[in-house]
Design a protein around this ligand. Structure first.
Ligand code: F6P
Length: 546
């Protein structure tokens, strides 16, 4: 992978000039002057996913220049290097091989003289045997009853991906109740313990490092609670499992070896749902459906690896994002899944995008002068329309949006799905084209007609969006969609000349939390902290009567 400053490429200057030419062109003008715009600015992934990127503020010249930028930044080599296991995560000296987890070929992937393909297959086999035994009732709780509940204890990538997939594929779930504990505020543990029967519940301690404060605190509390309330000293060997890279730490916690499901350093936490970290998914939908999820992502990998750049969906979407962040100076991008099952998808993508590309030092160790990750946010539609869409239509900020919808519903009742689709289509339409109100139409302000004022009802349009249609939300199509975004984020990182697979920015806060926690119970905070932190600690102690 070359470390090229994108702003110093030949193409970047051409893009700046092109932006001046195009920035005020309205999306409706693009459609009025190009009858083939929809077909020319949309792409299929098999017969599963359709991406319409025609409602963007781009034209053929924009795409030509953006693709030239990708070539100047040697994107094609970077893609191959990742799949081949090159240590592209240079600050941690690691390969980035979440793609190997879903590889369907029998080829060998060698890292540091180790055939990781064999390790992956071995772990998948262990996951299958275990998940089948829980689902089929062969694995009994300590009193001989079938397992009914699974509690995943994890945070960040050890929570968001598994939770999002389990929720998105709820239609495929079996009889097991899957719960997620992630936060350390005590509430989630307390609420879950009200619900579950310790005789029929298993606990998955999901933590790649097995050192994360929140997860270990929750896990330790649960361990002690279970041992106290069951008075069964072998409880952990039947009901506690670890999903981790740090096997030693899991053993020291008290998880027995055969209850540890492993993944590896070259699997980033936020890219780990395809590994043992996704065990809660397997328990929820069964191993066969999990294999289908893997297969969908694998097929998107093949699209990404072999499709020419102009027809490569993750590449096109990544380039359009770079166009908005670095030329329109857009600060945020929104994700709107028009499906309740996919309600957790925006939160999942927040970590994927912003923990990957929320960087400001480039791959040469220089401070960055261009824009990297936008702020990613979003929520389900149509709910979002009754919350913040006003800003999207008439606000002063430009927010490119991804609208995602399944064309076939799992719950086709009444005319609901047609109404959902109508809203989906109407929103991208009105954002793009606005309304036809003559902006200088007569309006009455304080009872007086004003010829030259602008109607408050005026929606200017020219707000860009991508429309992403899944034929149906299935394990296969969801796997492909997730991989689509993983690769989009990767492409943006390559071109923006950043390292997308480390997350040094989160370490400072973690260290600070440990220091403050230790100081809560002694009084030497006065000379250690700034006035605000010191004052807040004192108020905490006062209100808690510490
Ligand atoms: O947010 C920081 C982070 O390290 C994430 O990258 C990771 O997904 C999360 O914390 C949890 O880490 P672990 O899986 O090691 O508990």
């Amino acid at each position: 992978m070359k470390n090229i400053n994108p702003t110093q490429t030949f193409t970047w200057q051409q893009l700046k000039n092109h932006f001046i030419d195009i920035k005020d062109v309205h999306i409706k003008d693009f459609f009025n002057t190009d009858q083939n715009r929809f077909s020319d600015y949309s792409l299929f992934f098999e017969d599963e996913i359709f991406v319409d990127f025609s409602k963007n503020r781009i034209n053929r010249e924009t795409l030509r220049l953006l693709l030239m930028l990708a070539q100047e930044c040697d994107l094609s080599h970077a893609i191959k290097n990742m799949f081949l296991g090159y240590k592209i995560n240079k600050t941690e000296n690691r390969s980035v091989l979440h793609t190997a987890l879903r590889n369907q070929l029998n080829n060998n992937i060698i890292i540091d003289n180790t055939n990781v393909s064999i390790m992956i297959k071995k772990e998948l086999k262990k996951i299958k045997i275990f998940s089948d035994s829980i689902i089929d009732g062969n694995w009994k709780g300590y009193t001989g009853k079938n397992i009914s509940d699974v509690v995943n204890v994890g945070i960040g990538g050890s929570h968001l991906g598994p939770y999002m997939v389990t929720e998105s594929l709820k239609f495929y779930k079996n009889h097991l109740n899957i719960h997620y504990i992630s936060n350390i505020d005590g509430t989630e543990v307390t609420e879950i313990l009200k619900k579950v029967n310790l005789e029929t519940t298993i606990f998955l301690i999901a933590s790649k490092s097995f050192t994360t404060m929140e997860t270990l605190s929750n896990a330790t509390y649960l361990k002690n609670w279970c041992l106290l309330h069951t008075k069964y000293k072998e409880y952990l060997s039947i009901h506690f499992f670890a999903l981790c890279e740090n096997v030693t730490a899991a053993l020291n916690f008290g998880i027995c070896y055969q209850n540890i499901f492993k993944f590896w350093k070259w699997v980033g936490g936020r890219y780990s749902l395809w590994s043992a970290s996704g065990l809660s998914i397997v328990l929820s939908i069964g191993f066969k459906n999990f294999e289908s999820l893997l297969y969908g992502s694998y097929m998107m990998d093949q699209h990404f690896l072999y499709q020419e750049l102009p027809y490569n969906i993750p590449v096109i979407l990544a380039l359009i994002s770079i166009w908005y962040t670095n030329f329109f100076n857009v600060e945020t991008e929104a994700i709107f899944p028009y499906d309740s099952y996919m309600h957790a998808f925006p939160a999942y993508l927040q970590q994927s995008y912003m923990e990957s590309n929320g960087k400001s030092i480039d791959r040469n160790g220089n401070l960055i002068s261009w824009k990297t990750s936008p702020i990613i946010w979003g929520s389900s539609g149509t709910n979002s329309q009754h919350s913040f869409f006003q800003l999207l239509h008439q606000g002063t900020v430009l927010v490119p949006c991804d609208f995602i919808v399944p064309v076939i519903s799992h719950n086709p009742i009444g005319s609901h799905h047609k109404k959902l689709l109508s809203n989906f289509l109407a929103q991208t339409q009105s954002l793009a084209f606005g309304d036809n109100i003559d902006i200088n139409s007569k309006i009455i302000l304080n009872g007086i007609a004003n010829e030259n004022k602008i109607s408050h009802k005026y929606c200017p349009g020219n707000k860009p969006s991508n429309s992403i249609m899944l034929k149906k939300i299935t394990p296969y199509s969801l796997g492909a969609l997730i991989a689509l975004y993983e690769h989009k984020i990767f492409v943006q990182g390559v071109i923006l000349n950043i390292f997308s697979f480390d997350q040094w920015g989160v370490e400072l806060g973690k260290l600070g939390a440990n220091n403050i926690f230790n100081d809560f119970f002694n009084n030497n905070t006065n000379n250690k902290y700034d006035g605000s932190t010191k004052g807040l600690i004192q108020l905490y102690k006062k209100w808690n009567k510490i």
